[in-house]
Design a protein around this ligand. Sequence first.
Ligand SMILES: [Zn+2]
Ligand SMILES: [Zn+2]
Length: 244
Amino acid sequence: MGQGLEFLFLGSGNAFASGRYWSSFLLNGRYLFDASPVVLPHLKQCQVAPDEIEAIFISHFHGDHFFGLPFLLLEYAEMTPRSKDLTILGPPGIEEQVRTITRAGFPNVLKKNKTYQETYRDLRDGLEGEVAGLKFLARSVNHVVEMECFGFRVQVGGRTVAYSGDSVLCDALLELADGADAFVVECSCWDGTCGPHLSPNDIRELRRRLGPKPTFILTHLDGGQKELGIENALVADDFARFSL
Ligand SMILES: [Zn+2]
Ligand SMILES: [Zn+2]
């Protein structure tokens, strides 16, 4: 059975949602998946110390998924001097991208001596590794042509979690989620189709092909909420916590 999985959603919206902040979530209090622009104030609102994060997985370089990093780095530079190592994993060029947006917003952060070890790791399709006690597999998923986007399959405490990142329906999603305990999956509209994203019909297709096992947690949602009638599917909300 393994240990429990603890999810905290720091946001649950797509880039445009009314009444939802942009998506990111914390797993087991230590692993952050995407860093939306509101990640820092929302961690604090949830009484999570910002330096408890040990690894940050960035799925792709759309602003709703990584523009929160300069605020976190500012926090570590000015307010919460951290001592634990921090690893930031993302698409190729992650370190330079983070430096670019940090230089634009808070240039002093880059000039300060760090109180901790900060490590960047470039992802590639099929990369497997381990970070802060968590095993991961990264797969390229299909989102937009101008940038590479990744989904993840991670194992911690004998349990398995998949995360779609932003993607349309593709085989990599099925491989990532097959047999997982939980699948955090984007669903960017409540009906019809939603551009380079998954729709409720795509989620139904994923359920049909994956079978009943992975508990779906839908996120990256549009404003509001509708009953989708999908078996074993939870719907995230800003500040929602799930224990599985
Ligand atoms: Zn997005
Ligand atoms: Zn995106």
